[in-house]
Design a protein around this ligand. Structure first.
Ligand SMILES: O=c1ccn([C@H]2C[C@H](O)[C@@H](CO)O2)c(=O)[nH]1
Ligand SMILES: [Zn+2]
Length: 136
């Protein structure tokens, strides 16, 4: 399932806005994310770093946790956009991919973009095939 152009443009604009709020004094690598619920509500996220480097939280997880903190549940999400200032497009880290698998459907579109306007569309399932789950 591909997103309508208007939706992806809006979501990318929100991700870009969130990126401006990134707290990345150590890596200086700012990332923004925007997550859309099926009922049309957007949640933004940016990376938030810490002097204890292992505590750095990515933009993608910030957006997903932000939505859960507001009452969203697995099944509520329609799309996620991520933006970085890179030559190519962003590629989410393994931790974020695992959290996406936990909270989003495998078919959910994920837009990966950079500030130059390059955009690539993938899905949660394609980002982490064979993911670990507790389905027993
Ligand atoms: O997909 C990614 C990859 C990295 N980061 C953050 C984590 C850290 O703050 C900085 C450098 O890794 O970028 C994200 O937010 N999303
Ligand atoms: Zn990550």
């Amino acid at each position: 399932m591909s997103l309508p152009r208007e939706t992806s443009e809006d979501l990318l604009a929100l991700a870009r806005e969130a990126r401006d709020r990134a707290y990345a004094p150590y890596s200086k690598f700012k990332v923004g994310a925007a997550l859309l619920t099926r009922d049309g509500r957007p949640f933004q996220g940016c990376n938030v770093e810490n002097a204890a480097y292992g505590l750095c939280n990515c933009a993608e997880r910030t957006a997903l946790f932000n939505a859960v903190a507001a009452g969203c549940q697995p099944g509520d999400f329609a799309a996620l956009a991520v933006i970085t200032d890179t030559d190519g497009v962003a590629s989410p880290c393994g931790a974020c991919r695992q959290v996406m698998v936990e909270l989003c459907d495998a078919q959910m579109p994920v837009l990966l973009a950079n500030l130059r306007g390059d955009i690539s569309e993938t899905t949660v399932g394609a980002l982490l095939p064979g993911a670990f789950t507790l389905n027993r």
